[in-house]
Ligand binder design. Structure first.
Ligand SMILES: [Zn+2]
Length: 128
């Protein structure tokens, strides 16, 4: 079964059908236009670095010293790689982690990208 975001979105374009990256719990490289991976890339892409047409980005997650690493080719439908770095250990991304990361970034848009500490503006919003 595809991820919840893929289910909610469905297919909104002509062309190849989507292929969810999370038909199993762990990220699959055999994906196309997965809505969860699209949102994670949107979170990451301002921080991406590139080499030719390959892109990669690292963002802090979970507010406990972990990072999400994504890699992709151009801005097509496929995400080539997705990992969590936890204390120097590289682990494949799971759907549970992806959901929490998206919630974290959606809920707290005061969280500066690339930095887990809330901004001064966010602190004011939290106090209001
Ligand atoms: Zn999906």
């Amino acid at each position: 079964m595809p991820c919840k975001l893929c289910e909610q979105r469905g297919k909104t374009w002509k062309g190849d059908d989507p292929k969810c990256a999370f038909l199993a719990d762990t990220f699959s490289t055999d994906n196309w236009n997965c809505a969860t991976m699209h949102e994670l890339r949107t979170i990451c892409e301002d921080l991406a670095v590139y080499n030719e047409d390959q892109y990669s980005a690292v963002v802090p997650v979970f507010d406990c010293g972990e990072f999400l690493v994504l890699s992709w080719y151009k801005r097509l439908g496929r995400i080539e790689g997705a990992w969590i770095i936890d204390s120097g250990t590289v682990l494949p991304l799971t759907i549970q982690e992806a959901v929490v990361i998206i919630e974290q970034y959606r809920k707290n848009n005061t969280m500066e990208r690339g930095h887990m500490r809330p901004t001064a503006q966010g602190e004011k919003a939290a106090q209001a």
